[in-house]
Every structure is written in structure tokens, then in C-alpha cells.
Design a protein around this ligand. Structure first.
Ligand code: ZN
Ligand code: FE
Length: 256
């Protein structure tokens, strides 16, 4: 269970303070609850299952106002119907997910702006893992929710799409300010770190991060979120020099 208090130093606290709760669902999925302090509005990013979300909400005494869906794969939406039935939460889903989530209240795409209470959320199209994948960027909080686009030290699998789409999405995330926290949908970091070291054996940042990740996972500590600075130093997919090298690394990871 990770909990962080995110505050932007330049802006008035009541406009920007937010509670963040990340927790495990299913085997290795993460879901995240964010609560805008000024209004008490609560949003869930991805709903792999309903029970762990309900348990976390009950523990905190929170309701649920919004569900933000990054993509339509079952391990990100299975909990949606039960959570909507229980809380009456509004569902926001990627524009092309109409078949998987016909009950969504709003379909979102690149350039759309959402409000979680007083908190601004910008929608990015980040296709590449699947064609209709979005990420949710909170610029004032310096946070981004990327679903299965990027993982800590890794990236999503590519399902029948040209690799340049995912490569471009990773590069865009990697161009955010260094302190930006990246929340992804799975705990795959141990495998990613081992692959990273096999790919760049002389990279000292990867060597030491593998040790840190092993220690964290031995204690059950999540390795999500990560930061843009850490990914620039240790994510071999983001670090690929061009799309050909990226595609070769993605292929190699599939067999690793
Ligand atoms: Zn997925
Ligand atoms: Fe997934």
C-alpha cells in the first residue's frame, strides 16, 4: 500500500493538494485512487476488479465519483460495472472503446480536459500497446497515469501495431519534467530490471536500480510510481536510439 501526498509548491495548497492511494488488484495490476482535497472528489484510474477498490474506499471513508479508463483490456475494466452500480460513478473511457464500454458517460481523446474536483487532468492519446490507449496527465501535480504504455523500467507489449506508435508515446512521456511521477498499470519491474541489465550490462544506474528493485519486491513494496528522471536513466525502451533499436528490444523482451 503506497500513499503519497502531492503538493505543488508554487500554488495555493487548497487548489492543488491531493491524496493518492495505489493498491494491487488481481495478480499484478495496480489501481490508483486520487482525491482532490478542495472538493473531496474521488477518481479511480483503471478498475481491474471491484473488491479491492471497495475495500480501499471503505478503509478511507471515501465515495467514488469518477472512473478513468486508460484502455479496454479486461484487466483494466472488469471492475467497472460493479463500481458503477455501487457508487453511481461516471465512467470516462478512450474514444474507440465504445464496444468494450458502451455504458461510459464520456469518451475522451487527445486534447480533452477533465476536472477531478478542482484538479485539471489532460488527456493524451498514447497508442502503441493497443490502438485506443489514453494517458491522464495532471500537470500541476506533476503526475501521469500511463496504463500499459510504459512500466517502471519497461513498456507494454505491442498488439499488432507498428512499433513507432509506442516508441513515440514513450518519448513523449520521457520529455515531461524530470520530477514527474509515472503511474503504470502493472508490477513487472523485477523482470524489466533484469532485462534492462542484460541489454545494457555496463549501465551503473541500471545495476544499482536492479538491486533496489530486488530489495523492494522482497518486502512487497510497489515500484510504482517511478519518475521521468529514473526512467531516462534506466528504461532501455525509452533509451533506445531509434525506432529500430526500440523494436528489436521489444522483440527481445518478448522472448526474455
Ligand atoms: Zn493492457
Ligand atoms: Fe494490463
Amino acid at each position: 500500500m503506497a500513499r503519497a501526498r502531492i503538493r505543488h509548491p508554487c500554488l495555493a495548497k487548497e487548489r492543488i493538494a491531493m491524496d493518492v492511494a495505489l493498491f494491487t488488484c488481481l495478480a499484478d495490476n495496480y489501481a490508483v485512487l486520487i482525491r482532490d482535497d478542495a472538493t473531496g472528489t474521488v477518481a479511480l484510474v483503471d478498475a481491474p476488479a471491484s473488491e479491492p477498490v471497495i475495500a480501499e474506499l471503505d478503509r478511507r471513508g471515501w465515495g467514488l465519483d469518477l472512473i478513468l479508463v486508460t484502455h479496454k483490456h479486461h484487466d483494466h475494466i472488469e471492475g467497472v460495472p460493479a463500481l458503477v452500480a455501487r457508487y453511481g460513478a461516471k465512467v470516462l473511457a478512450p474514444a474507440q472503446a465504445t464496444d468494450a464500454l458502451p455504458q461510459a458517460d464520456r469518451f475522451v481523446k487527445e486534447g480533452d480536459r477533465l476536472m477531478v474536483g478542482d484538479t485539471v487532468v489532460e488527456v493524451w492519446d498514447t497508442p502503441g500497446h493497443c490502438a485506443d490507449h489514453v494517458s491522464f496527465h495532471l500537470p500541476a501535480q506533476q503526475m501521469i497515469f500511463v496504463g500499459d504504455t510504459m512500466f517502471t523500467m519497461g513498456c507494454g507489449r505491442i498488439f499488432n501495431l507498428p512499433p513507432d506508435m509506442l516508441y513515440a508515446a514513450l518519448k513523449r512521456i520521457g520529455d515531461l519534467p524530470e520530477a514527474t511521477r509515472i503511474y503504470s498499470g502493472h508490477e513487472y519491474t523485477l523482470s524489466n530490471a533484469r532485462f534492462a541489465l542484460a541489454t545494457e550490462p555496463d549501465n551503473a544506474a541500471i545495476q544499482s536500480r536492479l538491486q533496489a528493485v530486488e530489495a523492494m519486491r522482497a518486502k512487497g513494496t510497489p515500484t510504482v510510481p517511478t519518475t521521468v528522471a529514473e526512467e531516462r536513466a534506466t528504461n532501455v525502451f525509452l533509451r533506445a536510439r531509434d525506432v529500430a533499436e526500440f523494436a528489436a528490444r521489444r522483440e527481445a523482451k518478448n522472448r526474455f
